[in-house]
Write a protein that binds this ligand. Structure first.
Ligand code: UDP
Length: 482
């Protein structure tokens, strides 16, 4: 018999998750989406039509259990605004502008449609690169959560520059000048994100990075892909400015916390991942050097040659991811060089266009990671307990590599100079130090300690897990009140 005082049914909150359309942003936001689903929220994941198409093509053959993890996440698309005439453009201002205008307009229509279909949106989790999203959310009176996809140190650095609390220097010779920012270790100019260094030639990318803060006051919550134990002072120092709550590392659950053993791959690759696991299975424990520069970096021919010869001279087995998108002018020379190199080193290494990185980093045969130190790769190396050799290219990678070497002490950094790339001899020596030397043992020990702390943050009762629970409760409270 029904009670006269029946409570109104509580709606299952519906969270829309909207990453910037590039691999390093889609991955952590998809992992966050999976966590929300596991906490019984209903999630719609937004991406652009072009990216969706690439994901479908690349996913062909993804293991069934990974697809199962994602089946409860509804995918919707918006256009990126690029036409066949300008889809190859490198003009960042144009790319951001079109996404904001064309994508933003369609995004508004999408929210209207979801609401009118009875799938009322309770909250929008957006990538800080999409600074226009909270304005749309406010129009609909929907609370929004900014998800910062770089480190909290970088969050603090950009904010201090944005707010004029620290001034950029314009003289290249001052690369060793100290930049003082509360909560951060002493940084030289050359430790700052490359866009803040005097040598920066990407003015639009610096504008874009700083612009992330222009609408931060309109976001209801600010979340970060990091964890308290890793960046305690950096996080605390932002409490009196714009507090950030960490919910990471946002990596497939099976490799870290084990809360969802089926979550063994992010499932959002934009390139088809090669099966290199069979090859790794044939190698002895901790004998393989894994090399990857992420999804965006385009290395010069010179740098590719130096890496190749450094790897070869190290005499260690290697697995090297070389994406097919080379610098156009050097493309033919690079292909010719690689063809010869791959043949010569057939017994030593394997070169692939893309791989399932977390599975590789966690494979027992892998002994170290040569990385550009993008933020996801950095968190993934810490979560996997692997020592690293960093060869940063640009953006926040310079700051991440400073932390890796001097703060977290899990790796060695090699910096390219203005005159040239990192050389083969430095590569060979550093690989040998990590794989064979005493200091390599210490780096590995430190990395394993970070892995333990990262896991602790993500399991029940851990700092990031509690922050995710807090966020879910906040969303539920607002949905029930609505
Ligand atoms: N990645 C991958 N397979 C590869 C190379 C990279 O799955 O062969 C993933 C990697 O695990 C990470 C992302 O691509 O999640 C790259 O992000 P990151 O922040 O490291 O660098 P970005 O691509 O943004 O420069």
């Amino acid at each position: 018999m029904g009670s006269l005082h029946q409570q109104p049914a509580i709606k299952r909150p519906h969270v829309v998750v909207f990453p910037y359309p590039s691999q390093g942003h889609i991955n952590p936001l998809m992992e966050f989406a999976k966590r929300l689903v596991s906490k019984n929220l209903h999630v719609t994941f937004i991406t652009t039509e072009r990216i969706r198409e690439r994901m479908i093509q690349a996913q062909d053959g993804v293991a069934a259990h990974v697809t199962t993890v994602m089946q409860d996440i509804r995918i919707e698309t918006v256009p990126d605004g690029l036409s066949p005439d300008n889809e190859e453009t490198k003009d960042r201002d144009m790319i951001f502008d079109l996404l904001r205008k064309v994508g933003g307009h369609k995004f508004e229509q999408l929210i209207e449609r979801l609401n009118s279909e009875g799938d009322t949106v309770s909250c929008i989790v957006y990538d800080s690169f999409l600074e226009w999203v909270p304005i749309i959310a406010n129009k609909f009176d929907i609370p929004s959560a900014l998800l910062w996809t770089q480190s909290c140190a970088v969050y603090s650095i950009y904010y201090h520059f944005y707010a004029g609390m620290v001034k950029a220097k314009d003289e290249a010779e001052n690369a060793r000048d100290i930049i003082a920012i509360p909560g951060l270790p002493q940084l030289c100019q050359s430790d700052l994100p490359s866009f803040l260094q005097p040598s920066n030639t990407y003015a639009s990318l610096l504008r874009f990075q700083l612009n992330q803060f222009s609408t931060v006051s309109q976001a209801t919550w600010i979340l970060g892909n990091s964890f308290n134990e890793l960046e305690m002072a950096e996080i605390q120092s932002m409490d009196s400015l714009i507090p950030i709550r960490t919910v990471g590392p946002l990596v497939p659950s099976a490799f870290l916390d084990g809360n969802n053993p089926d979550d063994q791959d992010v499932g959002t690759h934009l390139w088809k991942a090669a099966n290199c696991i069979d090859w790794l299975n044939k190698k002895e424990a901790s004998t393989v050097v894994y090399v990857s520069f992420g999804s965006l970096a385009v290395l010069s021919k010179e740098q590719i040659i130096e890496i190749a010869l450094g790897l070869k001279a190290s005499q260690h087995s290697f697995l090297w991811v070389i994406r097919p998108d080379h610098n156009k002018e050097e493309e033919k020379d690079i292909r010719d060089f690689l063809e010869g190199f791959i043949e010569e080193t057939m017994d030593q290494g394997l070169v692939v266009s893309w791989c399932p990185q977390m599975a590789v980093l966690n494979h027992p045969s892998v002994g170290m990671f040569v990385t550009h130190s993008g933020w996801n790769s950095t968190l993934e190396s810490l979560s996997s307990g692997l020592p690293v050799l960093t060869i940063s290219q640009r953006s926040d990678q310079t700051t991440n590599s400073k932390y890796i070497e001097d703060v977290w002490k899990t790796g060695i950094r090699l910096n390219k100079t203005r005159d040239g790339p990192v050389g083969r001899d430095e590569m060979e020596k550093s690989i040998k130090t990590i794989m064979e030397g005493e200091s390599g043992v210490d780096l590995r020990k430190n990395a394993l300690q970070w892995k333990t702390l990262a896991k602790k943050a993500m399991v029940k009762g851990g700092s990031s897990n509690k922050n995710i629970d807090w966020f879910v409760h906040e969303v539920i409270a607002r949905t029930t009140l609505a």
